[in-house]
Ligand binder design. Structure first.
Ligand code: T4K
Length: 430
């Protein structure tokens, strides 16, 4: 019989947390970038340098906006330097002030984009199944100071856009969506990008589609699009003429080139994600206490996030499982722990916000995001599943080990571990 490699995980004693050899030599990341055709990217970079047109709405940005507009089936898609600045511009262009209702179960940028402009983010609870804003709770949070609702299509699963639109219409509120996770996703057959007053995408390196850093604002409102374009470029409406307050939110040509190359491979990226997601569901959803989030088969999805909820029946809590995985160099993430309302400045400004966020408070304790994307091979993914299976089967031993030596890799000090990355080749588009 061939011998098992030293790092194979067959029993709980093999786990690195229990003294075994780590399964992976180099870290396995959530959010390792998808990279398209390198030769095409190099060609585009040469063309940019030959043209000597590096930024300020050059031909690459114009082409990217044209293709994104077509992909989304929307009237306008304005490329921006990153998703956070795109949110800030959208919020400003919509004239939001006072209070805006927003989930706390999101990346901190969603709330920061409001607070940065001295608008109060009013944290609203999410639905336990969908992880997105619960319209019933949204309506309860509306006050005389409320000017808008900012929903988040978390994990690329669309909010209840119909419910939120109806509330916004009835209360005359602006409605925008943080669609950072939702490029290539549909809602009732219509692409995300078409809902609310506008929707904001992130094209950060860790997203399914990336421009290194980048983002975009999509809208069907011509006047709003015009205002966003001015605001994104210092308020210039013409040479020498400034009609608005504005910032520098422009996307550079090099980022747009990466975007065009990424767009050409987007279907391949999504196919890999979709295959990976199906494999995780197949192997992990049969384990007691693990709930894998699924995607509505009737819609288009990017399957970019593999999200598990670790329930009490698992025998290990989420942080224990993260410790097990981190010891194997699987950098699973606790997105979006501890909830924005527990981060500063919000924790000090609104110390009791958690009382109104019971679902969020539960989700931040049990949600786990696993590695996927073209940087993760199918074999690596199976090895991650194997680690989880072995860990849950030996939950009691792991609990005992952790209480004897309570050093948590999942704590704040874990971050320096993320630094060393060695280049490598794996399956998927390159
Ligand atoms: N709204 C929502 C709902 C969002 O999720 C985000 C961003 C935004 C708004 C704001 O959009 P941007 O302004 O970022 O365009 C990461 C991303 O930096 C952030 O863009 C993203 N959400 C968030 C969910 O994830 P961190 O703090 O987790 O990043 P970091 O450095 O820990 O990287 C994540 C993992 O990816 C690590 O294991 C390392 C790996 N990685 C990262 C980069 C940048 C790589 O392997 N290669 C890389 O190039 O926030």
């Amino acid at each position: 019989m061939p011998e098992e490699p030293a790092m194979a995980k067959k029993k709980v004693a093999d786990l690195a947390l229990m003294g075994g050899v780590p399964r992976f030599e180099r870290p396995l990341h959530v959010g390792q970038p998808n990279v398209g055709d390198r030769a095409r990217l190099h060609e585009r970079l040469d063309a940019i340098l030959d043209r000597r047109w590096l930024t300020n709405h050059g031909p690459e940005v114009i082409e990217l906006e044209r293709r994104l507009t077509a992909l989304l089936g929307v009237r306008h898609c304005i490329a921006v330097c990153n998703g956070t600045v795109a949110l800030e511009i959208a919020i400003r262009a919509l004239g939001l002030q006072g209070e805006v209702i927003v989930p706390s179960f999101t990346f901190v940028a969603t709330a920061h984009a409001l607070q940065w402009q001295e608008i109060t983010p009013v944290f609203c609870d999410v639905d336990a199944e969908t992880h997105t804003l619960d319209p019933v709770r949204v309506e309860q949070m509306i006050s005389s100071r409320t000017t808008g609702i900012l929903g988040v299509h978390l994990w690329g699963r669309a909010c209840d856009v119909e419910g939120l639109s109806e509330i916004a219409r009835r209360h005359r509120l602006a409605l925008l969506f943080d669609a950072a996770h939702a490029l290539g996703v549909s809602r009732r057959g219509r692409m995300i990008g078409n809902f609310g007053d506008c929707e904001v995408f992130s094209f950060h390196a860790t997203k399914v589609f990336n421009t290194f850093e980048g983002g975009a604002i999509a809208t069907n409102d011509d006047a709003l699009a015009q205002k966003i374009r001015w605001m994104q470029n210092f308020g210039f409406s013409n040479y020498d003429q400034v009609d608005h307050i504005g910032v520098n939110g422009k996307m550079s040509e090099i980022c747009a080139a990466m975007g065009l190359v990424s767009l050409e491979s987007l279907d391949d990226f999504v196919a890999v994600n979709s295959r990976n997601h199906a494999r995780y569901v197949e192997r992990l959803s049969r384990l007691p206490g693990l709930r894998l989030l699924t995607y509505d088969q009737a819609e288009r999805h990017n399957h970019h996030y593999v999200v598990a909820e670790v329930l009490p029946e698992a025998g290990l809590d989420r942080d224990a499982l993260v410790d097990v995985l981190m010891a194997e160099r699987v950098l699973a993430r606790r997105y979006f722990y501890p909830g924005v309302h527990r981060m500063e400045p919000y924790a000090s400004l609104y110390p009791n916000a958690g009382l109104l966020l019971p679902v969020t408070e539960a989700l931040v304790e049990r949600t786990l995001v696993l590695p996927t994307g073209t940087g993760v091979s199918f074999e690596e993914l199976d090895a991650v599943c194997e680690i989880i299976e072995v860990a849950l089967s030996g939950a009691a031993a792991i609990r005992a080990r952790r209480s004897a030596r309570p050093v948590s890799l999942a704590g704040r000090n874990a971050r320096p571990m993320l630094a060393p990355v060695r280049p490598r080749r794996a399956g998927g588009a390159r």
